[in-house]
Design a protein around this ligand. Sequence first.
Ligand code: 5AD
Ligand code: SF4
Length: 432
Amino acid sequence: MKYYIKTFGCQMNFNDSERIRGILQTLGYEQAEDWQEADIILINTCTIREKPDQKVYSHLGEYRKIKEKNPKAIIGVCGCLAQRMGEELLKKAPDVDLMFSSFNMHQLPELINQVQAGYKAIAILENPPEDEDKLWEYPLVRDNQYCAYVTVMKGCDKNCTYCVVPSTRGRQRSRSLESILKEVKALVDDGVKEIHLLGQNVTAWGQDLGIPFEELLYQVASVEGVERIRFTTGHPKDLTESIAKAMGEIPQVCEHLHLPFQAGSNRILKLMDRGYTKEEYLEKIDMLRHYVKGITFSTDVIVGFPTETEEDFEETLDVLRKVKFEQVFSFKFSPRPGTPASTMHGQVPDEVKTERMSRLIELQKSILSQIAKSYEGTVQEVLFEDYKDGILIGRTRTNRWVSVVGPEELLGKTALVKVTASKPYSMEGVLV
Ligand code: 5AD
Ligand code: SF4
């Protein structure tokens, strides 16, 4: 029996798919090369904006053809769109046999049994079940041998007015320190060097356990064999001075942080209910630069939030110019059903969003080429994650890709590299 999983969305979803692969392999399934030879096809969906929704429907249209060849094949939809749509989704995609969300991934074995017994297995729950921690008992199947994601919390308690996540992934639940450390130890034993802690709002980890997030950093760093630590996604409001201090103090924590600011205008930030001003965000950046020498940043920005004016948008560009992010993920505002922002007055026309977006991209391009140049001639610590035909590929601590000519033995190891050429999205270097 073979499975095929198609994953959309964020790193959390990718990590969920790694866990789902573990569940399926525990049941005796093997990974199929492509969907046409699968006995079960799962689409792990995202619904953060309208575009990912559409992609899911078009893939479902394609995958349903599997039943012509293999009438017993199971088609399943899981993840955030499944949670948001529930049984409604069946109206658009009647061939779907099985549905669940991130709340009840651990129930997949029972759901498969139900489908095999001839029923549709639609298990979309209103709230996370009490036994959801059973999930951690399943193994993970990962593609990257050296860098691993570890989910440390689920859900989100913030109320950003544009965002579906609180309704698709539920309230904030921190995973216990014990369970996280157990997984980290197992990963290190398996050859992993870099641990990437994941949560929709990872810096809030521990608030419901009475433990500060920095304690998690110290504890993970104390596991023998952990060489690098990253974490995503931080919220500026929860990023305290103690976290910044810990980041600077712990040698394994990499000098890079993804810290979404979403908009530069204080009026828009308020409408988004982000809980900080532009000035406060910039202060956080300064504080992080103070404690974590050489830190670089990436961010998310929403363009064309309801009522955004030209002046508001200029404030966003101003933040880009001031911080000089290494990466900016920019999105046109997409009204999501059930969110307060979707019904706000003053929706911005698509042409305006497109025009602002292209200006933002142009500006970021010029900032990035300056940043890229500044790497030339520097020496960077690189962890090599891949090797092909005499070329090693890895990432710097500041999260930039580098390739060098070198021996395969360095795969999974860190080495110093002198950067000889640096382009916006890649660098070349020589081993020092
Ligand atoms: N419209 C556009 N972008 C959005 N994001 C979240 N919700 C929306 C929306 N409704 C963006 C934010 C977030 C990233 C993951 O997706 O920038 O940080
Ligand atoms: Fe998409 Fe958000 Fe769900 Fe991640 S949590 S898959 S970004 S909707």
